[in-house]
Write a protein that binds this ligand. Sequence first.
Ligand code: SF4
Length: 238
Amino acid sequence: MSTIKDSELKPWGFIRQKDGDHFVVRVKTNVGCVSSQQMARLSEIASKYGRGDIYLTTRLNIAIPWVARENLDEVRRAVEEVGLVVGGTGSTVRPVVACVGTICDHGMADTLGLGKMLDERFAGRKLPAKLKIGITGCPNDCAKIELNDIGFMGKCTASGEVAGTSEKCFAAYLGGMFGRAHRVGVPVGELLSADEAADLVEKVIEYLEKNARPGERLGALIERVGMEEVLRGIGLST
Ligand code: SF4
């Protein structure tokens, strides 16, 4: 690690701070879920190697600032010892974000169940550009899924109960992004079960691997070739 340039450390989850001397260590969570033991250990790591501060990123990951470059390897090892990993950046499938629809009074779908399944299966997969997945449990859209490359929104159930992941209760949205380029994703296809949602993510990833230019996100690819062409490519009719 000592031979790697500061600017090349970002994809590893080490982000150089403004002062040029310290790094923020980005710790990936599984859809924002961390045990109390893990949180206690992260707190110790932040006190030992940083300045005792921890903050949360907008995508439910944990950041430990003020880590000196010579301690990065040690912090990474300490994080791994508690079953977490450093990373979640770069041109990859980013850590999945989900609201707490599974337990929320308004939730219509098992957002955390789908989120953990998608995160375990896809997070970290390399792509021509980053790919963000968001899941929300009802139209209140606390997870802002229309601003993700792929979004899923809980949309049923007639009983008023939270649907299990086997029920067809996730509406899919494609092509959103937020940042310097801003685009709102649009709903596509029929309501999906969790397995069908995972199949759709797989198809989108395969389509991006074959068709996206370096640095081109799904929304930009849709702008370039048209939504009809993308839907055809992933097996959805228009
Ligand atoms: S989007 Fe709906 S289900 Fe999810 S946290 Fe917000 S109100 Fe609850």
